[in-house]
Design a protein around this ligand. Structure first.
Ligand code: GTQ
Length: 355
């Protein structure tokens, strides 16, 4: 049913009533019901693409504006143009590009926000999580679980840039943010490099392992391994009409998402793939790893946006907006969204269109 009084302010008698009850901290539901309990998601966020060629110079310039030591984390936030000043890329997720120059460290701290790192440029810098370092290469997906101590360092000769994805807006909504600095700049290395991978990432698990964390104990999912798997699977198919070949990162302890609030996966879109339309309630951030393609996003009101993307470009598709992919060459996309959080709350929905 359409609103019988569209775009009208309330009549004066009602307004006088609203004014009187306002002093008792009361307000009428019927004036706001349709926007509070919307028929379907209407995101204030917009589809947007950050081209690597445009943002890379600014990310590197940040290296001369402030040191990693002074900044604690030297990051340029990818802020959704529809949500200015809110430090978020979607309504529920934060994303940024973190720069760590050769010889620098980003001191140890921990927070209740969970973080993912997706390596964009540079190779061989490390992140240390709970006393274990992992060296990061382009396309690696690395997890910093909630409340885990972490520091980053770059002992290579090149700058390194990675995409940070954090559940900062979710934790903020729940007013559950805690953070603290470590007593020293860096953690001591309590475990050898590769320990988590050997213990949890080889199809084996320690006998009698008692789970203590909601996140995957494998904290680096190297791109080389994922890419090899995708390459094998593309030959045996089948390809999903909307997603191409899509594989999610799994927690080996239970097969669930690798992180409790943020879902992460990869798409392989073969050259000339032309995907069917798809939408879901999880606004999604994509980072192109290899290849080139185009994404079409249908915003409410019939507005059609399209972005051509290539390696290291990052784009975001808001909740419940139709999207479809085309690949102009074999293309790999990394994706993340709040899907695990929505699934746990029974909220997640998806819808497929016809190609
Ligand atoms: O690396 O710990 O982009 O604490 C934002 C907050 C990165 C980090 C961010 C953080 C970090």
């Amino acid at each position: 049913m359409s609103d019988p009084r569209p775009d009208q302010s309330p009549d004066p008698t009602r307004q006088a009533f609203y004014d009187r009850i306002a002093s008792s901290s009361l307000t009428p539901l019927w004036e706001v019901l349709k926007s509070l309990v919307a028929k379907e998601p209407k995101s204030a966020a917009v589809a947007h693409c950050w081209r690597w060629a445009d943002v890379r110079p600014f990310v590197l310039e940040a290296g001369s504006v402030i040191s990693a030591a002074e900044a604690e984390r030297r990051v340029l936030i990818l802020e959704n143009p529809g949500l200015p000043g809110q430090s978020r890329i979607t309504n529920t997720l934060y994303a940024g590009l973190q720069l760590i120059l050769q010889g620098e460290v980003a001191r140890a701290h921990r927070h209740t926000q969970s973080a993912l790192r997706f390596v964009v440029e540079g190779s061989g810098a490390y992140t240390a999580v709970d006393g274990e370092r992992t060296l990061m290469r382009p396309g690696d997906f690395v997890i910093t679980p909630s409340w885990a101590w972490h520091d980053h360092g770059n002992e290579t000769q090149e700058p390194m840039v990675w995409l940070d994805g954090l559940d900062i807006p979710i934790v903020g909504f729940f007013e559950a943010s805690f953070a603290e600095g470590f007593e020293a700049e860096l953690q001591t290395q309590a475990k050898p490099v590769g320990d988590s991978q050997a213990r949890f990432g080889e199809g084996l698990l320690p006998l009698g392992h008692v789970r203590t964390n909601a996140a995957s104990p494998v904290f680096n999912y190297p791109y080389a391994r994922s890419r090899e798997a995708l390459e094998k699977l593309r030959r045996s198919g089948p390809l999903d009409a909307c997603h191409g070949l899509a594989m999610r990162y799994a927690n080996p302890l239970d097969g669930g998402w690798a992180m409790p609030t943020i879902g992460t996966w990869l798409h392989l879109l073969p050259k000339d793939f032309s995907g069917a339309p798809y939408r879901a309630t999880d606004a999604t951030v994509f980072s192109c790893v290899e290849g080139t393609g185009r994404v079409y996003v249908f915003a409410p009101g019939g507005k059609l946006e399209s972005f051509e993307f290539g390696p290291r470009d990052i784009f975001v598709v808001p909740s419940w907006q139709w999207r479809r992919f085309e690949a102009t060459s074999d293309c790999v996309l990394f994706a993340f969204s709040d899907r695990p959080a929505q699934e746990k709350l029974g909220l997640w929905r998806e819808m497929r269109g016809n190609g």
